[in-house]
Design a protein around this ligand. Structure first.
Ligand SMILES: [Cu+2]
Length: 333
């Protein structure tokens, strides 16, 4: 346990963010051509650029940036091992759930969900957690680690602690605050995804993260807004462009409080389901999977026909209150 010495002005994620958006300032057609050429020369998947002028709605991060942004940490070599050092700061900020309703979130690194942390099986993971959130918080990781690193001891405001463990087992995991009432701390936005890649990488794909969340804005134990990646209806208003005939890999997580389960349903297609991302071969092929709270999977699919295709939980009241989106399938250019 350390005293706080990581200053507030030093927020590495913000620096990366501004760099990323600086580069994205290129015209959309030019960027598309450039990215496609680079992708083809490296046999990489083609990642269509996001729609232009997608609003932040008060969240710290544009959902299109969040969608495909993986934080691999600061890589160090220590005693012959790869150490990935991540920095998480609990903060509090306001987001716009729609044009009239704003909501004060509690979050990691000024965003809901928190950053998607990514390591490789066997890496050493070091998470520096600085609580600037104004109340007790923690970071509890799923995965295998000693009790001392389990993140259930409350960390007071202004305190910094370090969690450290080996990255195992490979798959899709999560992290979240574990201060009671956990329903409130997660419901306010203190959660994120933690991916551990297998020793042999999965095949090339257009990879993205979809996290299902919910908001109980009047704190009566029932949700009144739902979202993919933090903002209700965002990918409904701004469909996610993907390439036709290309493997799409979605890292999927259900973080809804107050719901016993939610399904994820993909329109006009079937997907291969890798439960908890714990295998390299799919468990089944389906177009709907039921997910309890904290359940997460990898799903893979490709679309053979261009057009717009919806995805949503088939608890349709959840979809109709914000947890719904579209893929916009593009002809290959
Ligand atoms: Cu908390």
């Amino acid at each position: 346990m350390n005293s706080t010495n990581y200053t507030n002005s030093e927020k590495p994620w913000k620096r990366r963010q501004s760099l990323k958006w600086g580069a994205a300032g290129v015209g959309i057609v030019g960027a598309n051509l450039l990215w496609n050429q680079v992708a083809r020369s490296n046999n990489q998947p083609i990642i269509p650029p996001p729609p232009e002028d997608t609003p932040l709605r008060g969240n710290g991060v544009n959902p299109f940036t969040f969608l495909r942004e993986f934080n691999y940490g600061t890589v160090k070599q220590e005693n012959g091992r790869t150490v990935r050092e991540f920095y998480l700061e609990a903060t509090s900020s306001v987001i716009d759930l729609n044009t009239v309703v704003s909501f004060r979130t509690w979050n990691y690194n000024d965003r809901v969900p928190g950053p998607t942390l990514r390591a490789k099986s066997g890496d050493r993971v070091r998470v520096i957690f600085n609580n600037q959130g104004g109340r007790f918080h923690t970071v509890h990781f799923h995965g295998i680690h000693p009790a001392s690193e389990d993140g259930v001891r409350s960390v007071r405001h202004g305190e910094q602690v370090t969690y450290e463990f080996d990255a195992k087992p490979y798959g899709v995991h999560l992290y979240h605050c574990h201060v009671e009432p956990v329903t409130r701390h997660i419901g306010k936005g203190l959660y994120g995804m933690f991916i551990i890649d297998p020793p042999q990488p999965r095949p090339q794909a257009d990879e993205m993260v979809l996290i299902m969340g919910a908001y109980d804005t009047n704190e009566n134990g029932e949700n009144n807004f739902y979202a993919f990646n933090g903002l209700p209806n965002y990918y409904d208003d701004y469909p996610i462009p993907i390439q036709k005939d290309q493997r799409i890999r979605v890292y999927l997580l259900n973080m809804m409080e107050f719901e016993s389960a939610a399904t994820f349903h993909l329109h006009a297609n079937m997907f291969q389901l890798y439960r908890t991302g714990s295998t390299l071969t799919p468990h089944e092929v389906t177009d709907a999977v039921t997910m309890g709270p904290s359940e997460r999977h990898i799903i893979e699919f490709s679309y053979n026909y261009p057009g717009r295709y919806m995805f949503h939980p088939h608890q349709d009241w959840i979809a109709e209150k914000g947890c719904r989106g579209f893929f916009k399938v593009l002809e290959k250019t």
